[in-house]
Design a protein around this ligand. Structure first.
Ligand code: FAD
Length: 361
């Protein structure tokens, strides 16, 4: 049997891409070396925004904004199809102590996003459990979060309902070619014949692509560690961001505190040093977290790149090989628009305008 499309990698990028392709009428195989959404997508906090949105490039901004617009409807549809609630919350973001107010407000005017500068009194009124030494913040009330593991659970059910064929514990070891055309993908167990292939295997993209050619991406694994703290009651209602660190209050009384940015290869170990640093930072900003119980501490390997935007494009040497990868710290936030674009490139290439920023450099 020949599939219309084989999707390599079952993280949230591969899962959303497989769903879009299936809804476009293709016969789809989704191949995952372990279990679906067990890597970076499992580790993610689920913020559906960039922390400093005014700093992002046009390409990144387009993917985040289009995904943000689609998320409420997408989650409602998933919930109706599957009965699983991915806990989308309109929780808002507070960016603490930034000196970039002017830049932020100018950006907000260009894209119809509300950003409110809060002085110390207004900040305390909004979030009374924050430390008094925090003098000001920018408030983005429209920002949302989702629980990535629940989103993945709902997506898995939806993929099965729509007839995507899922192959877990199936590591793709290489691509099958004939006369410079991809004809399928190889795993230890078997070969999957496919007319088109899309590579969505996160931090492992380079390992796979180098089995095919010398054309490289710059994607490397970047470890992120994060803590889950259980509190007696809800201490915060907004996500709080300061520099590269953040706290995400969940619907239940839990706060996630993340995250580190570590270039240590494919090592997913968690460290005492990171635990202490993240915990100390969180307690400095929200002193009541001192009494919280450390419920969990985990890490994930982000598909890191120095580019501002992911690769969503055709491979330069193979016209039926595509990439949807390299979403770094924003893969959940960019997932829906990335999947849509990858699907369009593969199914209606005449309508899809390839975007230079998402192509090979
Ligand atoms: C601590 C942390 C916090 C984060 N917080 C956020 C956040 O708040 N918001 C946000 O938008 N993003 C966040 N991210 C980033 C986000 O997790 C990633 O951008 C996103 O999950 C990338 O999805 P992916 O599907 O490309 O990669 P992954 O989820 O890593 O999926 C890739 C999959 O490919 C599989 N695979 C690899 N090689 C092969 C092969 N040869 N054959 C078959 N399968 C293969 C892997 O097993 C894996 O399941 C965070 C990341 C971390 C680590």
């Amino acid at each position: 049997m020949t599939y219309d499309a084989a999707v390599i990698g079952g993280g949230l990028i591969g899962m959303t891409t497989a769903r879009s392709l299936r809804l476009a009428g293709l016969k789809v195989a989704l191949l995952e070396k372990n279990r679906l959404a067990g890597e970076s997508s499992w580790a993610a906090g689920g913020i559906l925004a960039r922390f400093y949105p005014w700093r992002q490039s046009e390409g990144a901004r387009a993917l985040v904004e289009a995904s943000q617009a689609d998320f409420p409807g997408f989650v409602a549809q998933l919930q109706e199809e599957t009965g699983v609630d991915p806990e989308l919350l309109h929780c808002g973001i507070l960016v603490a102590d930034t000196k970039e107010q002017e830049q932020a407000l100018a950006w907000a005017r260009t894209c119809n996003t509300r950003i409110e500068p809060l002085d110390k009194d207004r900040l305390q009124a909004l979030e009374p459990n924050l430390a008094e030494h925090l003098k000001a913040a920018l408030h983005i009330p429209s920002a949302m979060q989702v629980r990535p593991r629940l989103l993945a659970k709902a997506l898995r059910k939806s993929l099965v309902l729509h007839g995507v064929e899922i192959f877990e514990n199936t590591e793709v070891t290489g691509l099958q070619t004939q006369d410079h055309v991809i004809t399928g993908v190889k795993s230890h167990q078997r070969t999957f014949d496919a007319n088109q292939v899309v590579v969505c295997n996160g931090a492992w993209v380079q390992q796979l692509l180098k089995t095919l050619s010398d054309v490289c991406t710059d994607i490397v694994p970047v470890r992120g560690q994060i803590l889950l703290l259980k509190t007696r009651q809800r201490l915060l209602s907004n996500i709080l961001v300061q520099n590269e660190q953040y706290m995400i209050p969940r619907k239940a009384p839990y706060v996630l505190c993340g995250s580190t940015l570590e270039y240590v290869g494919f090592d997913r170990t968690v460290t005492e040093e990171a635990k202490e640093a993240l915990h100390a930072w969180a307690c400095r900003l929200c002193p009541q977290l001192q009494d919280a119980e450390l419920a969990d501490h985990w890490s994930g390997l982000r598909p890191g790149t120095l580019r501002e935007a992911p690769y969503i494009c055709v491979h330069p040497e193979y016209e039926n090989l595509y990439l949807n990868a390299g979403h770094f710290r924003w893969g959940i936030a960019m997932s829906l628009a990335s999947a849509d674009l990858a699907c369009k490139l593969m199914t209606k290439p005449s309508e899809a305008q390839p975007v230079a920023q998402y192509g090979w450099d």
